[in-house]
Design a protein around this ligand. Sequence first.
Ligand code: ZN
Length: 285
Amino acid sequence: MIDTSKNILQLAQAGKYAIPAFNIHNLEITKAVLETAEELQSPVLLATTPGTVKYMGEEFVIGIMEAARKKYSIPFEVHLDHHEDVDAIKRMIDMGVGSVMIDASHHEFEENIRIVKEVVNYARPHGVLVEAELGRLSGIEDDMSVDEKDAIYTNPDQASEFVERTGIDSLAVAIGTAHGMYKGEPKIDIERLAEIRKVVEIPLVLHGASGLPDSLVQQTIELGICKVNVATELKNAFVAGLSKHLTEHPNENDPRKYFSGAITDLKKVVADKIAMCRSAQKVQV
Ligand SMILES: [Zn+2]
């Protein structure tokens, strides 16, 4: 195993590309992501929300990761996405996850800092990367739903203080992206991102990138985004491929066959996102 995972985001920052973080939900999606990433020699993160961990089971999430280490040579880690339960994060760190997001962004500033610091203090001796969020994205993710009127953009001055006081490895920014798919034209505050970049040196993370034009995401990468989350588009590709296969073969009862159509579509999305992030051929030894 090539252990470049501890600085996977710093390498991306230095190389001006981003690590794609794909939300996985089962074995089929996990394999489609890792096979494509291996073919393209791209480092990746396998993101799991609390809902996914509950659905798959903590032991299975870790077990699949450990099995995958034997099969794939690219740097990858399981990343806990939008986790709020500090005890669950600590438990998963003990079990072997390499990257976690503690999302205390719904708390007020001081409380957000206090909770994030507790996770950083626990993660640091384990060499685990910690991401936290300042600001609030609109949209729906897992059991979390935020109205557009309740979305809060990241304040650059607060961001600087937040990073300094928490000691996090990466910061998720709210610059107008939304979880889920966009209904209208997305309005992304590129200037705000540039302002944050001026005062925050650590890798920045873009949530809610589904449906954004590649050129816009690449513009954010040039301004310091080092990790791009991909969830909705993967789910859409999986269900579209699956329903197409079942429509064409209504009597099919073999999961090995009906999943195969879904996996082909899924791998194409994974390859497109790796191209968007410019992370292909970025496995560094
Ligand atoms: Zn998110």
